[in-house]
Ligand binder design. Sequence first.
Ligand SMILES: Cc1ncc(COP(=O)(O)O)c(C=O)c1O
Length: 426
Amino acid sequence: MERACPKPVAAGTCLAVCAPERSFPVERFLLAAGGAGANVAAMPATSRRTSVFTESLIREMTRVAQQHGAINLAQGFPDTDPPASLVAAAKAAMDAGRHQYAITWGSPELREALAAKLTRYSGLPVDPQRELVVTCGATEAMMVAMMTVCDPGDRVGLFSPFYENYNADAILTGATPVHVPLQPPGYGFDPAQLRAAFASGLKAFVLCNPSNPTGRVFTREELGQIAALAEEFDTFVITDEVYEHIVFDGRKHVTFVTLPGMAKRTLTCSSLSKTFSITGWRLGYVHAPAEIIAQARKVHDFLTVGAAAPLQHAVVTALGYGPEYYVQLAAEYAAQRDILCGYLDQTGLAYTRPEGAYFVMLDISPFGRASDIEFSHWMAREIGVAPVPGSSFFPEPENRFVRLNFAKRPTTLHAAGERLLRLKRG
Ligand SMILES: Cc1ncc(COP(=O)(O)O)c(C=O)c1O
């Protein structure tokens, strides 16, 4: 049910995200102008749903980094090249004339390679003909998954802090996000709060594991608690597993769909962006039971028609890499984590040591700033390192954190680390 926002705003009234049980910082999501009811002479109003969220703060911090010549530890993309054989495969695909649309839901050879890889790494039997749709990155995969299972007015559960796209995905679907807090610094959840969220009538629960921005890798026991609630309350689970191969210190990523009973209600979204350092290629996928994928393929078709054909063809090469590729990937990111955390240790500031993914949440509360956004701009300008304001991941008014990413070459991280030492207190 939509209801009027309790905080009237200059440009109109928020009608989309104010669930009665939450206090949501609506003003942070409102554009200064534009959107519903904007006072722009002789121009029809744009949709209400687009007026309730702003541009991504992450992408904005990339622009701020460029403006101040700061080292960009904001946006999560690797600054290393993809494997040479993968780049060669892309060139070969172009030369071989793979320029026209691939099959809408993914070229057959890519779906076969994906299915084989999923079976190899999670022991899951996957039918490439009926259970996969190739998307333009996990970004589209998550949108497709949400639009496939949710109707306007449905409630979608997510942990907070969360990857900022999920809120927007829910709002664009017409669904209401329901947040379950993860408690810093460990970012575990309170089972009673999780149960209360499921009991409030969720159509779907979004699970990001390994988690951006917290760096948590949920344990099998925690995943089991989520699975039990999904079963009890008959809820879909939409997973975002883009960091599945970036886990540290001997941890193993557990693919949620492999938990007993979860196959029929899980939509697994993942990406080739992070695993093969190809964030610009825009390749991802949704895996789910055939009945769900049949619907998801329609959503995907009308949203994008399909991912880039020559790149779909090329990435088959990468999906054939052996286990050593994934071992090395995790080892390299672990070494990069250790470089950044080594410098953070010297600053004396508190942070959460990531178990997976490539982000660190840094506690900036000793600086006593009212706004983490203002702090982030100051940090880019004066320290020369651009972070993401932590508030972009929280629905609550939370100003204590900034997020740094370590998907950077060691030389970049050392240069950033030397600058970060200027944050040293006292
Ligand atoms: C948790 C999470 N999901 C999805 C994405 C986007 O993935 P893709 O490049 O496949 O769209 C990101 C990128 O930072 C991410 O951190």
